[in-house]
Each structure stands twice: as structure tokens, then as C-alpha cells.
Ligand binder design. Structure first.
Ligand code: ZN
Length: 557
């Protein structure tokens, strides 16, 4: 459902007179499920496969099947009753039944992810069990810890491991079941599809990764395949396996299965390489004391830009991932670092479905046409790169430290604000030196302004949102953004924007270089807040979808 239709439904609800009979209400009022579902705008996600070799095309078809196995694994990991419930809901062909099935598939279970995991299917637990299906439903945190105390050290580590489930053995005691045994009916099938793909592709790094990953599905030893994933350099780019631990709300120990089957975006990869070649130029120009600059930047963390073909498992559920950092295994991260993958077509879909309608409501009409995806995505790329620039290892009164240590609980929000505003500074610097086309200047600023409202829409407790609120208030105070209080719209003041972005970059980075926690706190307390004016504007955005519900035509057989 598009935002116009969602708005119309809300309007119908608001216009209903109190005198309506209940029968009329039943007919006119949208069902709660339909309203909830309208928060996800159905969106086609597709990618250009024409440049793929015939072998890679065959591989892609096998990988799509492997991703579908991740769906089944994840459904089972979420809740023991999930697979049967899915079949039951799918059989209900009444309009209400179809709606419920659709919402179940968006959430990959009977609990609504945008509503603190509240149940929307009668006869299920009121909220999702905190331990999901990784542990027995009746097991408590205390019960697990008491049992852990009775185990030898090696078993204790296995019990807390990413790739084991905890079950009740006969007699009621807890026992450790490796994933390879727990999902013995599904993991061999997933491994088979990976091997088919490995046999078909002509890319050696992909073949290595898929072969090692298939082995890992059967052995629960993911280390070598994680390393191979770091080395992956292939037109078909794949991330598949047990990764994130968020669904284990008891301990954050257990990993959920997911898949991102993607195709490398060659044009954006080239752009990224171009920026990477100019990072030292930007570092040398940072608006901070020369002593705070890094005269020799190390190798930047790897970034891949890809287009999504299909997701599987946890990646399919709820709000869609637009970028991720993996792996999580500390052994691999220590040895090889981690890799950031950015899903360009997902970013573009969210831009069209969410940012454009926001811009239409909050921007001054004279600037709305400057909102564009190209500068939006370029700014995101620059944001990621700028995390690597500026102060990191610092000296505080002769004592060696890091920005992260000194900024403590403020470090994330402050670092996100830095990456955002320094990305503006970096792009302005490249434009000034003729390294980027000057026609981007205005769209960059206006799109950034619209993006602020998208980021702070769900509050400022999260680091990105708080960092954006800081930039918003600072720019408003310093005249880079101007508010029209009659229309409640905002516009960029182009004569001030670049200078204010540069000044804020300098202020944040200087505080970081000096490890000045008190100054960071003062800045976040005065600027990184939800002002009444900002809240009023956000209140007008309620009918705009929260996220997309993707349809993947390339995943159809
Ligand atoms: Zn960031």
C-alpha cells in the first residue's frame, strides 16, 4: 500500500462521525491489521543481472534456493510453533485471513516487530519469548546460569556459543545441541544448494567461500568460511549463515540464520575507489589543528556496494537492512577486521518510499526538486569513509588513550554526528578542488536536510538520531537551515551551509582530539535534543510508511 492510500485510510477513520452504527464502522473502518501493514510499503526490489556470466546465473538460482532454506531455519529459531502456524494461516483464504498471513510473513512470526513484539494472532504467547526457540520456553535466566555453574569450562563455552541450542534432555536437565544436529533436516539441504552454486560459478573466491560455508553448515565451525567471506571478490556477492544475536533477548548468545544474495554494483564500487584515493587529501584539509591530523592514514576498512536479489531468514523480517557490518566473531575481527556491505537498491527504495514524501512535507517548495537519490547515496558512502578519518588514538595530558574511551557513553552519538557532517565537509572539499561536479552542491545540502527528519523520526535515544538532532539544532542556530514558522517548512541557506558544516566538523573533531568529555556532553546536551519545534514537524509525518515490504521478482523460479 502506498502512503497516499495509508493517509486516505487514516482520514476515513478520522472523519467517521460518532453517530455511525457499529455495523457501518465494521464495513468502513480499516482493520487494525491493515493499518499496521500499511506501515510497510510494498516495493519491488530488483537488480541488473545482464552482465553476469552464464555460470554465475546458474549459481544465482541455487543461492536463491539456499536463501529459502534460511527462511525455514529462521522461522523455527523464532518459535517452535511457527512453521505449523504459517501453514495454518496460509490455508485461510478469507480477506482477514489473507491479511493476517501477509503480516505474519512480514514479521516472520505472529509478533509485530514495530510494536514491541506484541502478538497479532490469537492463541499465541502475548509477546515473543525472550529466549526465542534457542532455549526451552520454561527456562529462566537464573536456571541457565545455575546449570552453567555445574559444567566443565569447555562445555560452559559451548553452552554460551553462537551455534548451539539448549534443550531439555529426558529427566528435565538442560543439554547442549549443536546447530548441525538441531537442524539436521535443513542444513544439509542448504549446504547442497551452496555446493551447486560453487560448482556453477566461474569466480574462484566465490567458489571457495560457498564450499567452506557448506562445510560449516555441517560442522558448526564457521571460522574458515568467515575468512573466505572477507576475501570474497565476485560479481555475485553472498552473505549466508547464522550471524546476529539480537533475537536471543535472554543472553545475546545465539545466532539467527539469514541470507543476503546480491550482485556487486560496479559503478558505485568504482566511485568508492575514487573517494578512497582522495582520503589523505581530505584528512590534510580537516578544519582542525595540523597536529590533530593523521599524516599517514592506514588502509580503509573494506566496503562493498551491492544490489539485493533476495534476502532469507532474519534479514527478511520487519524493517529491512540497508547496510551491515560482519562478521561478528571476535577471532575473525581481530585477525582480519570486518567488512561493510551496502545494499544500494534497498537504500534507493527507502529513499523513494520514505524520504521523498518526508521532503514533500517539510521542505520549502522552492527546494523540493533538489532532493535526489544520487547525492543521498554519495553522502552515505562518504559517511562510512569518514569514520576512518579524524582523531582516533589520542593523548590526553600525555596519557595515551582513544576517543572512544574518553567520550564514554557519548562516543557513538558524537562519532555518528562527526561522520555525517565531516562527509559534507569532505564532499565540499572535493567539489572545491574540481574533483567532484559542482552541480551536486545544492542537491547534497537539500537532500541532507530532508534526511535529518527521516533519522530523528523515531526518537533520539539511538546514536544516529541523536547525532542528527545535534547537527539540526547547530545548523538552525548558525543560519545554515532556515525555518518558515507559518508553513512549518525548512530550507537550506546556501550562502551559510558549507561554512557551518565546516565549523561543526572542526568543533566535533577538536573535542575528540582533546578527549574533552565535558565539552562533548555540553554540546550534546544543548544541541542533541528533541526541541518542541522539531517534534511538531515530526508529528506531521505519521502517515508516511515506516519501511518497505520488499517483493523480489528475481527470486521467482
Ligand atoms: Zn556511521
Amino acid at each position: 500500500m502506498n502512503s497516499a492510500r495509508a493517509a486516505a485510510l487514516l482520514l476515513i477513520g478520522a472523519l467517521m462521525a460518532p453517530g455511525c452504527t457499529s455495523r457501518e464502522e465494521e464495513q468502513i473502518a480499516p482493520s487494525k491489521l491493515a493499518t499496521d501493514m500499511a506501515r510497510y510499503a510494498p516495493t519491488v526490489i530488483t537488480a541488473d543481472t545482464t552482465a553476469l556470466s552464464p555460470g554465475d546465473r546458474t549459481a544465482l538460482a541455487s543461492l536463491v534456493r539456499a536463501a529459502a532454506v534460511m527462511d525455514r531455519l529462521f522461522l523455527r529459531q523464532t518459535w517452535g510453533g511457527n512453521e505449523e502456524m504459517m501453514r495454518r494461516l496460509a490455508a485461510d483464504q478469507t480477506p482477514a485471513g489473507r491479511e493476517r498471513y501477509r503480516y505474519f510473513m512480514v514479521n516472520m512470526g505472529p509478533w509485530s516487530r514495530l510494536d514491541a513484539n506484541a502478538s497479532f494472532v490469537p492463541g499465541t504467547p502475548a509477546t515473543r519469548p525472550h529466549g526465542a526457540n534457542y532455549y526451552p520456553e520454561d527456562m529462566t535466566r537464573e536456571g541457565f546460569n545455575a546449570w552453567l555453574g555445574t559444567l566443565p569450562e569447555a562445555d560452559r563455552q559451548r553452552a554460551k556459543g553462537y551455534f548451539t541450542a539448549i534443550r531439555r534432555a529426558s529427566g528435565g536437565t538442560l543439554s547442549i545441541v549443536p546447530f548441525a544436529r538441531e537442524y539436521a533436516d535443513l542444513l544439509p539441504e542448504a549446504a547442497m544448494h551452496l555446493r551447486e552454486a560453487a560448482a556453477a560459478t566461474d569466480n574462484a573466491s566465490l567458489r571457495t567461500y560457498l564450499t567452506l560455508r557448506a562445510d560449516a553448515f555441517l560442522s558448526d565451525d564457521y571460522y574458515r568460511s568467515d575468512i573466505a567471506w572477507m576475501d570474497l571478490d565476485s560479481p555475485v556477492d553472498v552473505t549466508i549463515g547464522p550471524y546476529e544475536v539480537y533475537m536471543d533477548e535472554l543472553f545475546n548468545y545465539k545466532a539467527a540464520f539469514e541470507a543476503f544474495i546480491t550482485i556487486r554494483n560496479e559503478a558505485e564500487s568504482k566511485k568508492l575507489g575514487y573517494f578512497a584515493n582522495h582520503l589523505q587529501t581530505i584528512e590534510n584539509a580537516l578544519p582542525i589543528k595540523p597536529a590533530y591530523r593523521n599524516p599517514k592514514l592506514g588502509a580503509a576498512a573494506p566496503i562493498r556496494v551491492v544490489d539485493l536479489v533476495v534476502t532469507g531468514g532474519e534479514a527478511r523480517a520487519g524493517v529491512q537492512t540497508a547496510a551491515f557490518n560482519l562478521p561478528n566473531d571476535e577471532r575473525v575481527v581481530t585477525e582480519r577486521g570486518s567488512k561493510r556491505v551496502m545494499l544500494k537498491n534497498v537504500q534507493e527504495a527507502k529513499f523513494n518510499t520514505i524520504l521523498k514524501p518526508i521532503a514533500a512535507l517539510v521542505l520549502d517548495p522552492s527546494q523540493r526538486n533538489d532532493v535526489a537519490f544520487e547525492p543521498f547515496f554519495t553522502h552515505i558512502l562518504a559517511h562510512e569513509l569518514m569514520h576512518g578519518l579524524g582523531p582516533h588514538a589520542i593523548a590526553v595530558r600525555g596519557r595515551k588513550s582513544t576517543v572512544r574511551q574518553e567520550m564514554k557513553e557519548l562516543s557513538s552519538a558524537f562519532e555518528e554526528a562527526k561522520a555525517d557532517v565531516a562527509a559534507l565537509f569532505a564532499l565540499h572539499t572535493l567539489i572545491d578542488r574540481g574533483l567532484l561536479d559542482a552541480s551536486m552542491t545544492k542537491p547534497l545540502a537539500v537532500t541532507f536536510l530532508a534526511g535529518i527528519f527521516r533519522s530523528v523520526r523515531f526518537g533520539i535515544t539511538e546514536a544516529h538520531g541523536r547525532g542528527m538532532a545535534l547537527q539540526f539544532s547547530y545548523m538552525l542556530e548558525n543560519g545554515a537551515i532556515v525555518h518558515d514558522s507559518t508553513a512549518d517548512t525548512y530550507r537550506v541557506n546556501f550562502t551559510r551551509f558549507a561554512e557551518v558544516a565546516k565549523n561543526l566538523t572542526g568543533e566535533i573533531m577538536t573535542i575528540q582530539a582533546e578527549g574533552d568529555y565535558a565539552a562533548a556532553k555540553k554540546m550534546l546536551d544543548s544541541y542533541g535534543v528533541m526541541t518542541p519545534g522539531l517534534q511538531l514537524t515530526l508529528d506531521r509525518l505519521k502517515a508516511i510508511p515506516v519501511d518497505i515490504a520488499p517483493e523480489f521478482p528475481l527470486s521467482r523460479p
